[in-house]
Ligand binder design. Structure first.
Ligand code: 2HG
Ligand code: ZN
Length: 447
């Protein structure tokens, strides 16, 4: 059966774009963390929406499910096979339309990386608003499917706020194209809104119409040392008053020290000298250094401009890699209303101390959104109970179990506890009507 499917897929996309060799498949079968993996029937790399449609029709006829994959930088097992599926790689969807200067928009193929999108926008004097460490590999399609957030959400919102329209292929092969980017349109519910965050379970997104933002070339950052997490949260009202505020990131001491150690650079502030570090970034058309420096007068911190600011970002962006170099962490991406962040972290610390006293907790994230990446190294047998404890604590505090990484395979069993049975029933009804045979990313998001 699979040999017949492979040959039909070759007819659709051409021999060169159906990968069956085990060595070639391997990179598509394992995720970035090397935690989630499965064997694919084959990897197929279409180049157009109609090829995607034909692939879906062939896979449906053969009753073989499809796992859409972008840059494969996900952290929740949402883009790798579980066993026997066809991996639908979007890496050939790299078309970037001309920047529409009148509308401040651009159309990007699903396989365009965030970094190429940023470069493309900047060449036209504009910028793309969503940014995070995996920018060189992560793609537009993946960002839409996980509703990616990153560091600039405080200013521009998540991916959801950037999507003005999209093109998507549904399980039955139908193609819907909504790429006109009308800022005002009230003809029915938003299809793009439905697909953002759907993790490849409802349709394959092939192209996206995106909002662009001003490119602020004048920048200044600071690292502020706080005696407690509560004090860090207490900075937010004053930070939010800065017109140039672009990012407010959180580094707990272990994260700062681990990343600096891995990069072999001197920490800008002694990690042992504070309970929490806040990395503030400002960007504007006019130099924001003055307003940031003024804010720092009452704080213990360092201003970082030019190369110093770049170093801060290198450190911040390196935390995940530094953790990964130490071992396979338990990785959780939780968020709570920001005034409850201190409570959440107190509970997380107590959970680690009680359940895995020898484990190392490395926490960091996006302070303004109350989003903390709880990474635990060496939790061993306690991993499952620790995971349940942290996710449960986040929900009990009015938060979420996925702020920006998605639910994937990793947390599908927790979705109902987060959303409640009525909301999950609605999600299941939508899934059932758009993908009645469970062709698209089975096991992800909904169990
Ligand atoms: C980040 O903020 C990413 O750097 C990765 O969301 C978080 O590794 C993590 O836990
Ligand atoms: Zn993050």
């Amino acid at each position: 059966m699979s040999a017949r499917l492979v040959s039909r897929l070759r007819d659709v996309v051409g021999d060169a774009h159906v990968l069956t060799d085990a060595d070639v498949r391997a990179g598509y079968e394992t995720d970035w963390l090397r935690k989630w993996h499965g064997t694919a029937c084959c990897v197929v790399r279409p180049a157009t929406a109609s090829e995607v449609a034909a692939v879906l029709v062939e896979c449906s006829a053969a009753s073989v499910a499809v796992v859409p994959q972008g840059g494969n930088t996900g952290l929740v097992g949402g883009s790798v096979p579980r066993g026997g599926e066809v991996v639908l790689s979007m890496q050939r969807f790299t078309a970037l339309g001309a920047v529409d200067g009148a509308a401040h928009q651009v159309t990007a193929g699903a396989g365009v990386t965030i970094e190429s999108l940023q470069r493309h926008a900047r060449a036209a004097g504009l910028d793309f608003a969503v940014d995070w460490g995996a920018r060189a590999t992560a793609t537009v399609g993946g960002a839409v499917n996980t509703n990616a957030g990153g560091s600039r959400v405080v200013r521009f919102g998540t991916m959801r706020a950037q999507v003005m329209g999209l093109q998507a292929v549904f399980a039955d092969g139908s193609v819907v194209t909504q790429l006109d980017g009308l800022p005002k349109e009230t003809a029915g519910p938003s299809l793009a809104g439905l697909l953002v965050g759907s993790e490849g379970t409802l349709a394959v997104v092939t192209a996206v119409r995106l909002r662009l933002v001003p490119w602020y070339r004048e920048t200044a950052a600071a690292l502020v040392a706080c005696d407690s997490l509560a004090q860090a949260v207490g900075l937010l009202p004053r930070l939010r008053a800065l017109a140039s505020l672009d990012a407010v990131e959180l580094l707990l001491p272990e994260a700062l020290s681990l990343a600096c150690h891995a990069l072999d650079v001197a920490p800008p502030l002694d990690p042992a000298s504070a309970a929490a570090f806040v990395m503030v970034d400002c960007a504007a058309h006019d130099d924001p250094q003055g307003e940031l420096a003024e804010l720092l007068i009452d704080e213990r911190g360092v201003l970082a401009v030019g190369a110093q600011r770049e170093l801060l970002y290198r450190i911040r962006d390196h935390v995940t890699i530094a953790i990964g170099a130490r071992g396979m962490p338990l990785k959780l991406d939780v968020a709570v209303p920001v005034h409850r962040l201190d409570e959440l972290m107190a509970q997380v610390r107590a959970l680690v101390a009680n359940l895995a006293p020898t484990a190392q907790l490395v926490a960091f994230g996006h302070l303004a959104e109350g989003n903390v990446h709880v990474n635990v190294l060496g939790a061993g047998e306690a991993e499952a109970s620790l995971r349940d404890g942290v996710l449960g604590a986040a929900i009990a505090l009015g938060g979420t179990i996925s702020a920006e990484h998605g639910i994937g395979i990793a947390k599908a069993d927790w979705l109902e506890r987060l959303k409640g049975p009525a909301a999950v029933a609605v999600m299941r009804a939508v899934k059932q009507s758009l993908d009645p045979h469970g062709m698209l990313n089975p096991g992800v998001l909904l169990t």
